[in-house]
Design a protein around this ligand. Sequence first.
Ligand code: AMP
Ligand code: MG
Length: 492
Amino acid sequence: MTVHFPFEHTYAALPANFFARVSPTPVTAPRLIKLNRPLAVHLGLDPDRLSSPEGTEILAGKRIPEGADPIAMAYAGHQFGHFVPQLGDGRAILLGEVIDADGVRRDIQLKGSGPTPFSRRGDGRAALGPVLREYIVSEAMAVLGIPTTRSLAAVMTGESVLRETPLPGAVLTRVASSHIRVGTFQYFAARGDTDGVRRLADHVIGRHYPHLANAERPYHALLEGVIARQADLVARWLLVGFIHGVMNTDNTSISGETIDYGPCAFMDHYDPAMVFSSIDEMGRYAYANQPRIALWNLTRFAECLLPLLADEQGKAIEQAQAALGDFAESFNASYQAGLREKLGLFTARDGDQALAQDLLDAMAKNHADFTLTFRRLSDAALAPADDSEVRQLFADPTAYDEWAVRWRQRISEEPQDPAARQTAMRSVNPGFIPRNHRIEAVIDAAVNRDDFAPFEELLTVLSKPYEDQPALAAYAEPPEPHQRVLQTFCGT
Ligand code: AMP
Ligand code: MG
């Protein structure tokens, strides 16, 4: 039975310097680890066929499906602030695009499928651990309602990849509304190829911002649109305690999806300075720096668009600055609205921002668990006796008590009944997030014992983050001191 992909290729139809045509490198013994069946159905693909031996070979890059036009995309990027004029898909190959059940065009890309002309010194491969981490975290983000690339499948290649030690190799099938990055624009801008920038901008408008096509100044509107989506995205990250880890411009999606899960992590106890990535020695991409870095990346994007904004450079810069000036307001609107929801506030009032900030400050000072504090606060909204569950998360529980007096006063001024407030809070404050020590345990079992049961169980827990799941309640717990993961590593 043949696997049918109804592929289209709008990106591959762009000029030849936008990509390199390259096929995945065949691997010896593909083995399907996980197929995301609901996502397959959403994409119009048959999950039974995809999980057949033939489907598994396709997902491993051993067989090229009919209708595919495999390419590696060209891009540049600022990595930790340093510009690299040529990066590109060094270990990812785009098979093509499909239209999903919502009518949205989606890229289907194999990550870890062998070298490309952009591989530089890399082997084009991915290790099993980072593939499982990306699968887990990207799917968890999707359930939390955060724009993200998705994971369609994880396969083992039957080959080992050499990192510090030999590790089992794997391929992730990634699905994105596109893989176009700030770095893709930089690739053409750095070459002085204004026509390339314009072609790319037109493609992006048609694909991600079609409502802007008839705007008076479409490229200006595009800049504003990308800024607004990034501002909202980063606000959402902060509201769940997510740290991307490598916010380079080549890892900043133009569509506003979270992309390139490497050394990312969710924080346990709240610490705005938290960094997990082993390569982020300066804390450039620390939790609380993420809005600032997003703006920095968007400024690089704006620079690429300058020649399209106005004929006169001074005028173009003025326009770009005006658009970038909206970032803070856009971010704050999303972030403050999200915080109000997390606190169970149905209305916006003066003083709410200070109320939220004072809780966060107390959490930071008292090492309170980010996720559990808000989750338990949701129940305390119904039953003040449950305050005991929240206060014990604080090193000094009286820090919570003092704050809770103000919070109760504030919520008492709204007409909604406590049950409605609890329900609303529970729907925005997850009980379960992909905690790092759980991900590490999953990877350890898979890599060292060929045991994928923990992976499946974690996926099950994370598929219902807002439910209590009493049988799996241990997954809500922060790590014991000896379980704490202090560093995560890049997937390379
Ligand atoms: P990232 O970790 O996403 O910031 O990757 C930076 C660049 O390195 C991208 O161009 C990747 O395609 C490339 N890259 C990462 N790992 C590998 C690898 N194992 N082989 C080839 N290229 C890689
Ligand atoms: Mg990347």
